[in-house]
Design a protein around this ligand. Structure first.
Ligand SMILES: [Zn+2]
Ligand SMILES: [Zn+2]
Length: 340
């Protein structure tokens, strides 16, 4: 496919889309775009996450009686499923687009591949090895622990388990709101770990990958992983159902790859491609202090002035914000030294 029909490539070879990022149309009054937005909301990402949830529900989770007490058997079974699922999904994207490089750098935001840039910030100087090990040694075990705790709570009646027969409408609304819950939870915690020492201690691990690839998705400090997966806890607080809770967790875990794909479109055939929805989070990795949330289902970035839609105007707004922040910090530092 000719990616220059959809975007531009700079002198270095970095590609950027022509169309600016847009928040969900009901926030901007652009209701004519609602139908198209709805299709993108459901297909393909959330449909895939729902299919994966069904696999967990029918093939992975043991009987509820078993999950009433913690036991290595069922916990390891879930851990194995989590590890295999991530290995398959993230690994295939990595293999197809980063190892075999099936579409070269077409639609690729950063013209370089992480394997071309060895760096001391990574274990074994390799972004791929570092990110892979952190995913399997840190993030997936924490995900399994939180998942098993959530299931144990439902199995023991420590959460409000609504039946789909009696509460189908509320549960359907809740399923539909899962991406919105994710965006709000992620925005709040993500913004927090960008502040001062929290960034240096915790979040800098994830941001070592300035040019992220699929294995970067879950490459996190343990504290960040715990916060990241804790969004499923909302389903212990509000009346819900363990299936919806599992959908939330699957969307969080498997959905982590979305922002780290590095390509704007994944080519399926010579003239068909699927949108990756990766650009907003790619810009976050590039500029750090923009796009703390996601795709703008709940556009907190827009409301708090940190939205970057990829346009030159957004770039200017961001630079102006950084200039003001620097001036504030300089003024604070000089008033501190004057009072000494
Ligand atoms: Zn990221
Ligand atoms: Zn960040």
């Amino acid at each position: 496919m000719d990616d220059l029909l959809f975007g531009t490539r700079d002198k270095r070879g970095n590609w950027a889309p022509n169309a600016p990022l847009e928040v969900a149309p009901f926030w901007t009054g652009n209701l004519a775009k609602t139908g198209r937005w709805l299709v993108g909301y459901v297909w393909p990402h959330n449909t895939i996450f729902m299919a994966v949830t069904l696999v967990y529900w029918y093939l992975v989770l043991p009987d509820w009686e078993v999950m009433r007490t913690f036991g290595w058997g069922w916990i390891l079974r879930i851990h194995l499923a989590n590890s295999a699922g991530i290995f398959l999904l993230f690994g295939s994207i990595e293999l197809i687009y980063y190892v075999r490089r099936r579409q070269g750098t077409r639609f690729k935001y950063n013209h370089k591949f992480p394997a071309e840039n060895p760096s001391d910030v990574f274990w074994f100087k390799s972004q791929n090895i570092d990110n892979f090990l952190r995913t399997f040694l840190v993030s997936i075990p924490i995900w399994t622990a939180i998942q098993c705790f959530t299931l144990w709570c439902f199995a023991n009646g420590f959460a409000t388990w609504l039946s789909p027969q009696d509460h189908w409408l509320w549960l359907a609304v809740l399923v539909f709101l899962v991406p919105a819950i994710h965006e709000v939870h992620f925005f709040c915690g993500h913004w927090l770990i960008h502040q001062g020492p929290l960034y240096r201690w915790i979040h800098s691990v994830h941001h070592n990958s300035i040019n992220p690839s699929p294995w970067s998705s879950m490459s996190m400090h343990p504290v960040e992983s715990a916060f990241f997966f804790s969004e499923v806890m909302w389903h212990l607080l509000i009346p819900s159902n363990p299936f919806v809770a599992m959908f939330q967790l699957v969307s969080t875990a498997y959905g982590a790859v979305v922002g780290h794909i590095g390509f704007d479109k994944l080519e399926l055939t010579d003239d068909r491609a699927v949108d990756s929805h990766a650009y907003a989070h790619y810009l976050h990795h590039k500029y750090f202090e923009v796009n703390y949330g996601g795709d703008g289902v709940v556009p907190l970035d827009k409301w708090f002035g940190t939205w970057h839609d990829g346009t030159r105007e957004a770039d200017e707004r961001m630079k102006e914000r950084f200039r003001r922040k620097k001036a504030r910090m300089n003024a604070a530092a000089s008033s501190r030294s004057a009072s000494l």
